[in-house]
Write a protein that binds this ligand. Structure first.
Ligand code: SF4
Ligand code: SF4
Length: 563
């Protein structure tokens, strides 16, 4: 266990994807594979998109494999995790950083990778999607979209490292990772049935035409406008400005939360004084709409950012955390209602805030898209959730959603305020009373009483695998991409933290040494391990009997980690 994520090479990524698909007809444990079977397309930034659904900038778009898992399950609008001048330890992200039992909270923010490393992840994902969309017949290789996201102030965005990131996303062939991925494709072209050299050479290096701008809570209106103007006029980007829920004011947010059963959520009024206020936002948005028109670029808003609330029950470390999911839904729709009443169809809107299968079609029908999600990917079926979302939106008439409909938004806001499926349920209230804090219980037994598989499904980084030993299933945790977000522990039915308490596969000896977990790494036929107080390096066949069974099963069932 270590909170540092080690990048997976493009070759290993592709080997994992293609081998797991051949062995199990699944990719990164996504078994609800979505294939496009309709002709509808959405025009966006000069492209034709197969659907308007995707992961929001966040834990589900930090790594290449997360983006692959999203696409395979049905996502077609991928909002890449935000980058800024700070990264790694500088960010000071405490662990755990995600608590997503019902509505979700987090204490993380931008990518833990540097701008260069983040760009590498996005380029690997781009190539992987270009290959598997065609090879596996998942959809049109040009039918998906990447939207970059940057933060958080003008000086940072103009800094050489963020500027280079933006330029790389516009023209990725200037990056060494582009050459690495392309060369791998050319070297392995014979392994594909539907990919040839011409196709590889035709892959566009323009990853992004658009950007989502994230600003800090408290960022002055003048600064926000300056950044937007810079990105539209000087960088030539379409832009969605991420708005804060605080536009609604504290009284309205309190009413909406109380009505939805979230009376216990506490927030400070101070943030409403420092955040952008509606009366200042209106003329600024008017000017930015005009600027977008002048430069022939789309200017719109992304609704909404997460909402800062107080930590009272040790849900996560610290004093304040960012709320998302079910409790954000009425708030985000409230902001959409407010802005659409003011601007009508002149202000394009994209969405993130508690969209689920039961409301995503209605949100899309309002003309609000792309619709991105995060919380529901951290719960239940994980990335497989995209399949249901994609099926829902693809069953509607895309033409009706081409402009914002303020009357439909007002109706949706009313429906959401009245429909009990969008409110805190009695069962979840009881669960919260029973477990108000982040679960701290540990297990000294690496077996599960029932291997429910929840930790496999909800991990954003795909770091848990099921293996079968002597007819019994157990979990092997994969250290390489785990950042100790803690999400799997929120959903474990045992008193256990899967990322700490399950036997762990490490990608090398240093990673094992950096961790306190029991586990193993493999080099050829030998294996280094820590198990029940013993540490050694030996032949796999000379391992302690109990561990040997796990290692053999892991190497056989998940060969892509060791080949
Ligand atoms: S294994 Fe658990 S702690 Fe690690 S990244 Fe996945 S969900 Fe987070
Ligand atoms: S570790 Fe927990 S979440 Fe994972 S399979 Fe076992 S019981 Fe389920």
């Amino acid at each position: 266990m270590s909170d540092i994520m080690y990048p997976v090479s493009f070759g290993k990524l592709m080997n994992h994807i293609m081998t797991e698909y051949k062995m199990y007809n699944r990719i990164y444990n996504v078994n609800k594979i979505h294939r496009i079977n309709h002709e509808q397309r959405l025009p966006m930034f000069g492209k034709s998109i197969e659907n308007p659904v995707g992961p929001a900038a966040g834990p589900n778009t930090q790594l290449a494999q997360n983006i692959v898992a999203s696409y395979v399950a049905g996502a077609r609008c991928i909002e890449l995790k935000t980058v800024q001048i700070m990264y790694g330890e500088e960010l000071g992200i405490p662990r755990p950083c995600i608590y997503s039992v019902d509505e979700a909270y987090n204490v993380e923010w931008s990518s833990e990778y540097s701008c260069d490393e983040a760009a590498d992840e996005y380029i690997k994902a781009w190539f992987a999607l270009k290959l598997i969309s065609k090879e596996l017949g998942l959809g049109d290789p040009d039918g998906f979209l990447f939207i970059m996201s940057v933060g958080y102030n003008l000086a940072g965005i103009k800094s050489p490292m963020v500027d280079k990131f933006i330029n790389t996303m516009r023209s990725a062939s200037q990056s060494p990772m582009w050459d690495t991925c392309k060369q791998w494709c050319l070297d392995h072209v014979d392994e594909f049935e539907h990919i040839d050299v011409d196709y590889i050479n035709s892959i566009s290096d323009e990853l992004c035409q658009a950007i989502t701008l994230s600003t800090m809570h408290g960022c002055p209106a003048e600064e926000i406008e300056s950044i937007c103007s810079y990105l539209i006029s000087e960088k030539g980007l379409h832009l969605y400005l991420k708005c804060n829920p605080t536009l609604l004011g504290p009284k309205r947010i309190r009413e909406l939360l109380d009505n939805a059963g979230f009376e216990y959520i506490d927030f400070e009024d101070h943030q409403f004084e420092v955040d952008l206020q509606f009366d200042k936002a209106v003329p600024m948005l008017e000017r930015l709409i005009a600027l977008g028109e002048k430069h022939n670029k789309i200017f719109g808003v992304k609704l909404t950012n997460t909402f800062p609330v107080q930590i009272h029950n040790n849900e996560l470390p610290g004093e304040q955390m960012y709320m998302s999911g079910k409790s954000l839904l009425p708030v985000t729709i409230g902001v959409a209602e407010l802005l659409s009443a003011q601007f009508g169809e002149r202000l394009p809107m994209s969405y993130s805030g508690g969209a689920v299968k039961q409301n995503i079609k209605a949100i899309f029908d309002c003309g609000i898209w792309p619709v991105t999600v995060c919380t529901i990917l951290l719960q239940g079926e994980g990335y497989n959730t995209f399949k249901g979302l994609a099926d829902e939106v693809e069953s509607t008439d895309y033409n009706a959603a081409l402009k914002v409909h303020k009357d439909l938004i007002a109706k949706l806001a009313k429906d959401i305020s009245e429909n009990k499926i969008f409110k805190k349920s009695d069962a979840m209230k009881k669960k919260r009373e029973a477990m108000p804090s982040f679960p701290g219980t540990r297990s000294s037994d690496y077996h599960c009483r029932v291997t429910c598989g929840s930790c496999v499904r909800v991990c954003p980084n795909r770091c848990n695998e099921v293996v079968t030993v002597n007819d019994a299933k157990l979990i092997v945790h994969v250290d390489q991409s785990c950042n100790e977000c803690g999400n799997c522990a929120c959903h474990c039915v045992e008193p256990c933290q899967p990322y700490k308490d399950r036997i762990t596969f490490f990608h090398n000896a240093e990673a094992l040494a950096d961790s306190t977990n029991d586990g193993f790494y493999i080099t050829g036929t030998s294996c280094g391990y820590r198990f029940k107080g013993e540490e050694a390096v030996c032949d796999i066949d000379a391992l302690p009997e109990e561990l040997k069974g796990v290692v053999h099963a892991f190497c056989k069932e998940h060969v892509y980690y060791v080949s």
